[in-house]
Design a protein around this ligand. Structure first.
Ligand SMILES: NC(=O)c1ccc[n+]([C@@H]2O[C@H](COP(=O)([O-])OP(=O)(O)OC[C@H]3O[C@@H](n4cnc5c(N)ncnc54)[C@H](O)[C@@H]3O)[C@@H](O)[C@H]2O)c1
Length: 430
């Protein structure tokens, strides 16, 4: 282990930004690889859980001339597991020492290391906007997982990060892998070419089973417990509509070529553990420009039927875009299949890292955070509509909402009461 931090470090959105600004000039030199640069790209991972390990594995699998050089996580043990797995799978693409930065400020030491070119931000979602902006301000290229944000305040931070990356000439690739899956790309091309006529509306579903729950253990503060059991706390996950179903909503934005005008919906909870803040089902109608309705549903209810799919209705047919490896199909008005394409989600997970590295090497860095921030805010808007029981507009969430869920002055030992689940009609629209 090359370094280990003490944990109780205060964090807030403002302190992330200030700290990042302080190191800006020191890292300018390394801010952007020159055009057509073929130097080795050195990668640091912030958040070394399931996807953190998956994403670095995808990058090391598909790219040459890349090396894992540093990791950060709340828990050094997560970093150690990632190093072990990558050393076994990709022995030639891993630094000789396991550099591990444990604790809250581990991300900062990755960003302050001028030898690191590219950072993967694969923590729980609540930290994502601030860490992504800090990474851009430190001059790093970034891969950042979905969702981009869990509230309108985080959305604004993401837009700042997007614009800063464009200005600096550094890349941000987003973990919305379906944008790179061949059967999704094929379906969008068919729709754009008029294969189903005019797009009238769509249904989108992310109906899944239950999710994990990490119980509190002896000696855990409120903050540590919530950060470890992050899915169940809205400031960290955004609830399932944001954390998971953002994939469908991103696809809907892609199909419609726009953000929705408004959201109106409902939902509730039947099966969540007592101290979980989450709902387990949402049904939202999103109105897109041109009076086109997306009827959206998501749930995480063990034993209930599962369905993760997108169906786009057109004036001359329907396009079905199935998640994971289910493929895409087009049907004519008589129900006859007229087009079909398969696709692999595993390939899509790798393609995003190839596109990222290729774009850096070509001196034409991809910057796509805004697109994922928009989709994440669409999900947030649906949650706000369901939680409050009100119609929520895009104008409201982008221009007026003051909702900011991240705790002020968070430390490892912060006392953080669990919020009671939202009650429509009582929960205020902020
Ligand atoms: N694109 C996809 O299909 C896909 C699939 C799975 C997960 N994800 C996303 O990846 C993210 C991580 O999910 P996961 O399944 O890997 O969760 P996980 O709990 O397995 O891993 C998250 C890791 O981040 C660490 N962490 C949390 N806060 C941190 C901080 N402030 N600094 C450093 N480390 C911190 C945790 O200790 C943990 O090891 C989520 O946003 C999730 O939505 C995306």
């Amino acid at each position: 282990m090359a370094a280990a931090s003490t944990r109780p470090t205060a964090v807030s959105r403002r302190s992330f930004t200030a700290a990042a600004a302080a190191t800006l000039s020191a890292t300018m030199v390394h801010s952007s690889l020159a055009a057509a640069d073929t130097r080795e790209l050195r990668i640091g991972v912030i958040g070394c859980g399931g996807r953190g390990s998956g994403a670095i594995n995808d990058s090391l699998s598909i790219n040459e001339g890349v090396k894992l050089v540093a990791t950060a996580d709340l828990y050094g043990s997560k970093c150690a597991s990632l190093w072990k797995a990558m050393r076994e799978a990709h022995p030639g693409k891993v630094a000789s020492a396991d550099t591990i930065h444990e604790g809250f400020d581990g991300y900062r030491r990755i960003l302050d290391d001028p030898s690191i070119d590219l950072v993967h931000v694969t923590t729980s979602p609540g930290f994502r906007p601030a860490y992504t902006l800090a990474a851009v301000e430190a001059g790093k290229h970034v891969f950042t997982e979905k969702p981009a944000c869990v509230d309108p305040a985080g959305y604004r931070v993401c837009l700042t990060a997007h614009d800063a990356a464009v200005a600096r000439g550094t890349a941000i690739v987003a973990g919305t892998q379906y944008r790179r899956q061949v059967n999704y790309l094929g379906a969008i091309e068919q729709i754009r070419n008029g294969a189903i006529g005019d797009v009238i509306g769509a249904t989108a579903r992310y109906c899944a089973g239950g999710i994990w729950y990490r119980p509190r253990t002896e000696g855990m503060s409120d903050a540590e417990y919530q950060m470890n059991n992050w899915y169940h706390f809205v400031w960290l996950s955004g609830d399932q509509i944001v954390e998971q179903a953002v994939h469908n909503l991103d696809t809907m934005n892609w199909v419609m070529g726009a953000n929705p005008v408004s959201a109106f919906g409902s939902g509730g909870r039947f099966t969540r553990p007592d101290d979980s803040e989450l709902w387990d089902s949402f049904s939202i109608n999103y109105e897109y420009p041109g009076d086109r309705i997306v009827s959206f549903m998501c749930r995480q209810i063990p034993g209930a039927a599962t369905d993760v799919s997108n169906v786009v209705y057109g004036s001359k047919g329907e396009c079905h875009i199935g998640a994971a490896n289910a493929g895409s199909r087009i049907f004519d008005p008589a129900g006859k299949e007229v087009w079909e394409m398969k696709g692999s989600i595993a390939d899509a997970y790798k393609q995003e890292h190839k596109d990222l590295v290729d774009s850096i090497r070509a001196g034409k860095p991809i910057v796509e955070l805004r697109q994922m921030a928009d989709s994440s805010l669409v999900a947030v808007m649906g949650r706000m509509a369901a939680y409050t029981g009100q119609k929520v507009t895009w104008k409201f969430v982008t221009e007026e909402s003051k909702l900011e869920l991240f705790p002020k002055d968070l430390t490892w030992t912060s006392s953080l009461p669990v919020q009671a689940p939202a009650v429509p009609g009582k929960t205020k629209l902020i």
